[in-house]
Ligand binder design. Structure first.
Ligand code: NOJ
Ligand code: CA
Length: 714
C-alpha cells in the first residue's frame, strides 16, 4: 500500500471516530450512539432491539459566573473503548454474586475557545446504560459552580409513568400512574396534605422514574453513586416529551460546587421488554466503587422490632413531658418536670418488648423517644435540640442494656436529628462512642423537618455530603446506618455496606397517617429500591388504627397476607416487625412467617412482575436450603402462577402457604387469611389468588419422608 493510501485510510477512520461513535451492549441488544451536533453540542441516543429508547438528547452543564458553559463548542480529542467482565460478592444482598459486565466508551471533549476538557464516560450493560461527566485535572477548569446540569432524556412517546412530584425535601408520596402528558395536570393533586414542601415545577418528577411504553418496553431513569453532588430530578418538556436534569439547589441557589478532578454521578437508563429484568438489575451497584471497608465482619443483616408503631399511631409519645424544658439552654434535668404519662420508651415498656423479641428470636430492638429533646423540637426550628446521649429519666439505660444483653437482643439506637445536620455533626463522635460503650451496633437516623442551617434542602450537595460524612464516620466506629428522610440511595451500599437501610420513600408509617395506595408496594421495587434497600417497616397485623388510638381513624390499606409477602418482595437486609406484641399474639400462626423468613439471600428469581399491579419473587436463604416466595397484588384481584422450578431437582419440600382468604380485601376484610401446608418438588405448580391489596407468602423447607406423611402434594 502506498503512503498516500495509508494516510487516506487513517484520515477516514479518524473522521468516523470524530463524527459519531457507536457502543453496543455485550449481547448487542442495546445500542448507544454518541455524536457531536452542529456548534459542537454533545449528544447521545439509545435503542433496544432496534426500538428507540432515548431519541437524540444533548449533554452538558451550565456554569455560573463563567464566561462559557460546558454546553457547546466541543471537538472530540479522544475516544476510547474497552470491555469489562468481572464478578463480585456483596456483603449482603438479594444474590451472593453479582456480575459486572459492560462495554465502555470514554469520549474526551475539548472546548475550542476555553481549551477545557470534559470526558463523557458511557457504560453499556445488557440491562441499561450509565454515563457520567468527568472533569480531569487541568489548568483552565479548577473550581466551578454548576448553575444547572443540562442532560436530556428524550422519550420516544407519551409513555405511562409511575411518578412522584419533584421536591427538594421529601419522597414520602404515593405514586401517580399516568401518561407523561398528564403530569402537569395531576402534579398538584399528587402532593399529600402532610408534605411540607411544594414541587419545584409542574412537570418535575423524582427518580427513580419508572415508565412503560405502549409497545411494552420498561424504562427506568435514575442515578448511581451520588457523591459530592446534588440529587437529580427530572423536568419534563411535555410538548416534546423530553426530560432534562434538574439538580437540587443549595441555600444560595447553586446546584454544585466542584473542584477538578471530579465527576458527576452516573445517569442511568435501564431498559427491557421484561419488567422482571428491571427488578433483577444490579446496574446501580455495578456503577459504584468496590467496597471500601476492609473488615466487614461486623455488618450483619437483621430482623428487628421497635418501640415505635405505638408512637407513630399516637398511642404513646416520643416525648416525656408536654412542658418545654429547653435543652438548647442547657436544661437537661427532666426530673423537675411533670411527665405526660404517655411516654413510650419507659424501662418497663422496653423490657416488655425485649421479652417478646427474645422469645420470638428477633435480632434487635429499636427504641425511639429514649433521649431528651423531643418536646423542644416539635413545632420549633432550633439548632440545638438533641445531644444524642442523655436519656429521659424513665429510660434507665444501664438496666435496659444489661437486660437486652442477657436476653440476646441487640439494642438499635435512634438519632432523630430534627433536620439539624450541623448539630448532629457537632455531636457525632460523642454519640457514636456512647453507642459503642453501651453495646449498640446500628443506628436509625432521621431528618424530619426543614434542614438547618436554613435554606439548605434534604437533597442538595451540602446535605448529601452530610449523609456521606455520617456514613463514613459510622464505618470507622463499626456502626451500621439506617437513614430516614435522607436522600434516596444510589447504590452506595456497595462501597459502604454499613448503609443497611434507608427510608427515602413513603413507608408503612403513612398507613397511620391516612393510608397509602394499595398498589404502592408493587411500584416501590421499580422505583425507590433501584438504588438500594428500604426500611419499609412492614408487618402490620391490626389495620384499623383506631384500635390502637381511638383518635386516629387511619386504615392500613393492605391485607395481612400482603404484609407477610413484603418481607420477600421488598428486599432489605434490615427488616422490621412493626406492630405491637399484643397484635402479634392474636395471630401467632401468621406471625410464624415473619419469624422464619430470612433477611439475606443466595439467590433471587423474579417470577412475575408488572409495575402497579403485581410482583412475585422467590428467594433462597443465604447458606441454607430454604426458599421464600412473596407475592404482592394491587387493586385488582388476580391469580398468580408459581412454578417451583427454582427448587433443587429430586428433593422434596414442605411449602407453608400464607394466603388471602376468598373474601379478603385490604379495606373491608384485611385480616382474613388461610395457612396450608403442601408437599412440593421442582415440578410443582401453584395457582394462587390474591385479593385486592393482597398477596401471599410461602416458606419452603426441605423435608424427609416421615415429615411429609399425611400432607397433600401440590
Ligand atoms: C420519621 C421516621 O420515618 C419515623 O420512622 C420516625 O419514627 C420519626 N420520623 C421520628 O423520628
Ligand atoms: Ca419518614
Amino acid at each position: 500500500m502506498n503512503r498516500f493510501l495509508i494516510t487516506f485510510i487513517l484520515i477516514l477512520s479518524f473522521a468516523t471516530i470524530i463524527q459519531a461513535q457507536e457502543l453496543r451492549s455485550p449481547n448487542g441488544q442495546l445500542v448507544m450512539n454518541f455524536s457531536l451536533q452542529p456548534q459542537g453540542v454533545p449528544a447521545y441516543q439509545l435503542s433496544y432491539k432496534g426500538k428507540p429508547v432515548i431519541k437524540l438528547s444533548s449533554l452538558g452543564l451550565e456554569l455560573k459566573n463563567d464566561s462559557k458553559s460546558l454546553l457547546n463548542d466541543f471537538v472530540i480529542t479522544n475516544a476510547q473503548t474497552s470491555a469489562h467482565d468481572s464478578t463480585w460478592e456483596p456483603v449482603w444482598g438479594e444474590v451472593n454474586k453479582i456480575r459486572n459486565h459492560y462495554n465502555e466508551l470514554a469520549i474526551t471533549l475539548t472546548q475550542k475557545e476555553t481549551d477545557r476538557q470534559m470526558i463523557i464516560r458511557f457504560r453499556l450493560f445488557d440491562d441499561g446504560l450509565g454515563f457520567r461527566y468527568e472533569f480531569p485535572i487541568q489548568p483552565k477548569l479548577v473550581y466551578f459552580v454548576i448553575k444547572e446540569e443540562r442532560t436530556q432524556f428524550a422519550m420516544a412517546g407519551d409513555h405511562t409513568a409511575f411518578w412522584i412530584a419533584g421536591d427538594y425535601d421529601t419522597q414520602e408520596y404515593d405514586y401517580t400512574t399516568s401518561r407523561l402528558s398528564e403530569i402537569r395536570k395531576l402534579s398538584k393533586d399528587a402532593i399529600t396534605p402532610n408534605a411540607s414542601q411544594t414541587p419545584f415545577s409542574p412537570t418535575g418528577v423524582q427518580t427513580a422514574l419508572m415508565m412503560k411504553t405502549d409497545d411494552g418496553l420498561y424504562i427506568n431513569l435514575h442515578e448511581a453513586a451520588l457523591i459530592n453532588y446534588s440529587c437529580m430530578h427530572l423536568n419534563l418538556d411535555d410538548t416534546n416529551m423530553v426530560f432534562q436534569s434538574w439538580l437540587t439547589p443549595d441555600a444560595t441557589g447553586d446546584k454544585g460546587n466542584l473542584q477538578a478532578p471530579t465527576q458527576s454521578p452516573w445517569r442511568t437508563i435501564m431498559v427491557s421488554d421484561d419488567a422482571r429484568t428491571i427488578l433483577a438489575s444490579k446496574m446501580a451497584y455495578n456503577l459504584n466503587e468496590a467496597c471500601k471497608i476492609e473488615d466487614t465482619s461486623w455488618i450483619k443483616p437483621m430482623k428487628y422490632m421497635g418501640v415505635w408503631w405505638e408512637m407513630i399511631t399516637g398511642k404513646s409519645s416520643w416525648s416525656y413531658t408536654n412542658d418545654l424544658p429547653a435543652v438548647q439552654l442547657g436544661i437537661t434535668d427532666y426530673t423537675t418536670v411533670k411527665p405526660n404519662g404517655t411516654h413510650g420508651a419507659t424501662t418497663a415498656n422496653v423490657k416488655r418488648y425485649i421479652d417478646f423479641a427474645s422469645q420470638h428470636g428477633f435480632d434487635g430492638l429499636l427504641v425511639e423517644g429514649w433521649n431528651i429533646g423531643w418536646e423542644d423540637w416539635f413545632g420549633n426550628e432550633k439548632d440545638y435540640v438533641f445531644d444524642f446521649v442523655t436519656p429521659y429519666p424513665d429510660f434507665i439505660l444501664a438496666e435496659i442494656r444489661d437486660y437486652a444483653r442477657q436476653k440476646g437482643v441487640k439494642m438499635v439506637m435512634h438519632h432523630e436529628t430534627s433536620g439539624s445536620t450541623r448539630n448532629y455533626e457537632r455531636h457525632l463522635d460523642q454519640a457514636f462512642r456512647f453507642m459503642k460503650d453501651n453495646g449498640y451496633d446500628a443506628v436509625k437516623t432521621g431528618y424530619v423537618g426543614p434542614i438547618l442551617p436554613k435554606g439548605y434542602y434534604h437533597y442538595d450537595q451540602w446535605t448529601v455530603n452530610h449523609y456521606q460524612y455520617v456514613l463514613e464516620k459510622a464505618a470507622e466506629y463499626k456502626i451500621m446506618i439506617n437513614a430516614h428522610e435522607a436522600v434516596r440511595p444510589t447504590g452506595i451500599a456497595r462501597t459502604y455496606p454499613n448503609l443497611i437501610g434507608n427510608e427515602s420513600a413513603r413507608g408503612t408509617e403513612f398507613q397511620a397517617f391516612g393510608g397509602s395506595k394499595p398498589n404502592h408496594v408493587t411500584i416501590l421495587p421499580f422505583t425507590r429500591l433501584i438504588g438500594g434497600p428500604m426500611d419499609y417497616t412492614p408487618g402490620v397485623f391490626e389495620m384499623d388504627i383506631s384500635k390502637l388510638n381511638p383518635t386516629n381513624n387511619s386504615h392500613c390499606n393492605s391485607t395481612l397476607a400482603n404484609q407477610l409477602a413484603l418481607y420477600v418482595t421488598l428486599y432489605s437486609p434490615l427488616q422490621m416487625a412493626a406492630d405491637l406484641p399484643e397484635n402479634y399474639n392474636r395471630f401467632l400462626d401468621a406471625f410464624q412467617f415473619i419469624k422464619d423468613v430470612a433477611v439475606d439471600w443466595d439467590e433471587s428469581t423474579y417470577l412475575e412482575a408488572e409495575p402497579g399491579q403485581y410482583i412475585t419473587v422467590a428467594r433462597k436463604a443465604k447458606r441454607k436450603g430454604e426458599w421464600y416466595v412473596g407475592n404482592v397484588n394491587g387493586e385488582t384481584p388476580r391469580t398468580a402462577t408459581v412454578s417451583f422450578g427454582f427448587l433443587e431437582r429430586g428433593k422434596t419440600y414442605i411449602a407453608t402457604i400464607y394466603a388471602d382468604a376468598a373474601d379478603s380485601h385490604y379495606k373491608t376484610n384485611p385480616q382474613a387469611y388461610t395457612i396450608r401446608k403442601v408437599v412440593v418438588t421442582n415440578t410443582s405448580k401453584l395457582s394462587q389468588r390474591s385479593a385486592p391489596g393482597g398477596g401471599f407468602a410461602i416458606s419452603i423447607v426441605e423435608a424427609d419422608k416421615s415429615q411429609v406423611k399425611g400432607l397433600k402434594k401440590l
